[in-house]
Design a protein around this ligand. Structure first.
Ligand code: MRU
Length: 376
């Protein structure tokens, strides 16, 4: 019998997830007795084509993360955990358990290198490694790791839900009708409804008339391709703008609030997110517009004291020199392509987490929230 465990489908059945998205980026396929695989919606083809790629090895998972078949910090973490479950197949030929675990640890290091800024990747892999480090009580590695990967997936959905609820209160309090966001932070980037987009969706489902300005997000156009797609799927009023139009619209009073996601948040609140976020934060301050970050606690990295400790990924020049596979500039032009920037905490009105909103003295706020939290 073929048993397809479509995790997102299972989540939809959960009564405590009140707000749901129609977008399903990952499906874990655990055929009875057969080789498990991960079905990944190829986000490079969206919005024009909805095609799932079947990944059966951890090497394919690394490639899919690197080439951005899937992306978004929490989703990268979830995928990496499933990647570890797939890796178990490749250590089966090794006879002794300690040697299998040793090999899995080195595979874990390989997966961690696939994208350097999104700390959820390291967070998820470390949870998996922790599970197999101790006494496994005779439980097969495959079962232990799959159980953890599914937990990480479901757990992220719950976190998104809570972020949505906390964030919706901010939008209500600020009486914001017109929200600007950057990149894609929705179901395509997480295990649930999204972070910044989760807030937008939660407000929308409460029947509050909001309008979303989606910044295009050059060079990979996650805003233009993915956020407008998610708005369309969820019937949210959305206006696509070029990144360069954001300041103008803020100055004209057309934006009430800016909300973005995060890839890594340092212990002092400095926040790495998609390139272009920093300039939005500075422009928001100049125009007296609240600027919020929405992220789960799995995106915080307390080993980074501040911005300078956060590694910034630099990607291929072709992402900048080419549009739709065609070069737009003279060949050989020098290019820099940082994929993320860091917004200093002083520009951030608040950080919306699953545990509530952090604001004011971020060092203390972050310390306190982590003192209260234990991860399962
Ligand atoms: O390069 P990407 O598309 O992976 O970048 C994604 C972002 O910057 C998101 O804002 C961030 O990962 C948060 S997603 C909930």
């Amino acid at each position: 019998m073929v048993l397809l465990c479509f995790i997102n489908f299972l989540l939809i059945m959960k009564p405590n997830l009140q707000v749901q998205s129609k977008v399903q980026p990952l499906l874990w396929d655990c055929r009875d007795g057969g080789t498990p695989s991960l079905h990944v919606l190829d986000q490079r083809l969206l919005p024009h084509e909805k095609k799932y790629l079947e990944l059966t090895s951890y090497k394919q998972v690394i490639e899919a993360i690197k080439n951005m078949t899937l992306r978004g910090a929490p989703l990268i973490g979830i995928t990496a955990a499933y990647g570890m479950a797939l890796a178990v197949n490749e250590v089966k030929a090794i006879h002794e358990l300690p040697l299998q675990i040793k090999r899995l640890k080195s595979i874990a290091e390989e997966i961690k290198q696939s994208r350097p800024t999104a700390v959820n990747l390291k967070w998820a892999i470390d949870l998996v490694l922790n599970d197999i480090a101790g006494d496994c009580h005779g439980m097969p590695l495959q079962e232990i790791i799959t159980k953890r990967a599914v937990w990480i997936h479901e757990d992220d959905a719950m976190r998104c839900q809570k972020i949505g609820e906390h964030g919706a209160k901010i939008v209500e309090t600020c009486r914001s009708k017109s929200l600007l966001t950057i990149c894609n932070t929705g179901a395509l980037a997480t295990g649930g409804i999204g972070t910044a987009f989760g807030v937008i969706l939660t407000v929308h489902k409460k029947n509050q008339n909001i309008k979303v300005f989606a910044a295009e997000t050059r060079p990979r156009q996650q805003g233009a391709r993915l956020t407008t797609f998610e708005c369309d799927e969820n019937e949210i009023d959305c206006i696509l703008i070029s990144d360069t139009a954001c300041g103008h619209l803020m100055q004209k009073g057309e934006i009430d609030l800016v909300i973005a996601g995060a890839d890594r948040i340092a212990a002092n609140g400095d926040t790495a997110n998609k390139i272009g976020t920093y300039q939005l934060a500075v422009l928001a301050k100049e125009n007296n517009i609240p600027f919020y970050i929405a992220a789960p606690l799995s995106t915080f990295d307390l080993s980074c004291k501040s911005d300078s400790d956060i590694p910034i990924e630099e990607r291929h020049a072709e992402e900048v020199t080419n549009i739709n596979g065609k070069s737009i500039c003279v060949s050989g032009v020098k290019v820099r392509n940082p994929a993320f920037d860091v917004t200093p905490a002083k520009y951030i009105s608040g950080i919306i987490t699953e545990k509530g909103i952090l604001c004011g003295d971020y060092i203390d706020e972050i310390k306190n929230v982590f003192n209260e939290v234990t991860f399962a």
